[in-house]
Write a protein that binds this ligand. Structure first.
Ligand code: E4P
Length: 225
């Protein structure tokens, strides 16, 4: 089966993840410290992550919060002790690159996050990242062209034959999903609201309403006949 751009959900909310997983359209989940901070503080993070993994089962990115290489590696080891399938999300810093390099030597998958330029993406790939997350929305927020940067990265990946998987991240609206797919991104990680929005079309709603109205006519006739 040919699989197109995969969709991940960018969330740490169990109810959102359950709803979207039931649709069968997602194959992974990305979390970050800000998303986890929105959840019930009395539930330990490892419990939230384990529940998410139980629901979706595929990719799950869990981010470290240390800023030094040793701390990041220690945290990665801890995350993997409670979820061996986790992909370790590492920020795009010099310390982060060293951590990615060491973790890739141990064949531990990493997702380099907060990537805003092609040179950062290249560095992450060279350090051994399995995934590189390009943040579209945050670039747009400061008046830069998020999709343009993603297109440049995808062109470089194509020309150079690079293997790290690009994740289109910081998605703000359905057109970001469309543009990520057009650019050839293999994965887009999308917040719940945007995922649900991307399924809707006013003509679908109006068309269904008309079909149901008409069905009620013949249904009534066939019941009374
Ligand atoms: C990616 O993995 C990040 O969690 C995410 O896409 C950040 O997006 P934001 O800019 O909406 O916070």
């Amino acid at each position: 089966m040919v699989v197109g751009m995969q969709l991940f959900i960018d969330s740490a909310n169990i109810s959102e993840i359950q709803q979207v997983a039931a649709l069968g359209i997602i194959s992974g989940v990305t979390t970050n410290p800000s998303l986890l901070a929105k959840e019930d503080p009395s539930t330990p993070v490892e419990k939230i992550i384990a529940s998410i993994h139980e629901i979706v089962g595929g990719h799950i990115s869990v981010e470290v919060v240390s800023t030094d290489t040793e701390g990041m590696i220690r945290e990665a080891e801890e995350i993997l002790s409670w979820l061996p399938e986790a992909t370790i999300k590492i920020p795009m810093t010099a310390a982060g690159l060293s951590a990615v390099y060491e973790l890739s030597r141990r064949e531990i998958p990493t997702n380099v996050t907060l990537v805003f330029s092609p040179t950062q993406a290249l560095a992450a790939a060279n350090a051994g990242a399995r995934y590189v997350s390009i943040f579209l929305g945050r670039l747009d927020d400061i008046g830069q062209d998020g999709v343009g940067v993603l297109r440049q990265v995808m062109e470089i990946w194509d020309v150079q034959g690079l293997e790290a998987e690009i994740i289109a991240a910081s998605i703000r609206h359905p057109m970001h999903i469309v543009e990520a797919a057009r650019a050839g991104a293999p994965i887009a990680t999308v917040p719940y609201k945007v995922l649900m929005q991307s399924l809707k079309h006013p003509l679908t709603d109006a068309g269904l309403e008309a079909f149901l109205r008409d069905a009620a006519k013949w249904h009534k006739q066939s019941v009374t006949a």
